[in-house]
Design a protein around this ligand. Sequence first.
Ligand code: URA
Length: 233
Amino acid sequence: MRLDKFLCESTDLTRSKAKKALHRGEVTVGGQVVKDASFHVADDDEVHWLEERLVSFGHRYLMMHKPAGVECTTQSGLYPTVLELIELPKVERLHPVGRLDVDTTGLVLLSDDGQWSHRVTSPRAACAKVYLADLVDAFDEPARERASRQFAEGIQLDGEKKPTQPATLEWLTPTAVRIVITEGKYHQVKRMIAAVGNRVGTLHRESIGPLSLDEGLAPGECRHLTQDEIEAF
Ligand code: URA
């Protein structure tokens, strides 16, 4: 694809503005400034416009450190949305890939590639999601063992046809747990914790499948995924 067309497809630049950006030397391909609008961009070329990595054929894939008080939706409502935190052109094309509750923090993926999102969230993929939670009540040893066993065996949640898939509940302290689930039912972690007789105080998602939240990514920040990360799903 021609470089000027590539720029138009992956940003909000018009053809004439894309040509001006090229002329000003704002675009690099493989780290080299390219000013020629007819330059052919190959599939594996890394194209940057100013600080932004542009992804070929318009698809973009991001990880975000979601802060509390922000909603995983594309529609404005009571709370600011994850899209409002992203300073990229054509942000309205992106959607969150799966959801976290307003008060949950941690890893959220965003993309404009519906097929990829489906691969990540499809129940058949059974992608493992790892959460850290602080619980309101301290459990003694027998209660901790019982709760972990219930998670492993599956829990029948109200309003669900089938019990939850086997999940892991690992006790880090009497009130802090690491939870691994492979489904994405509505409020699943909070409902599972309620079912074993406790309540979630804070909830944070560490990872989805092979992707963990970057330690250096501050709440509210996001970054583009690498090609390897995109293909890992
Ligand atoms: N489970 C929940 O209960 N809330 C989340 O935000 C994610 C998983």
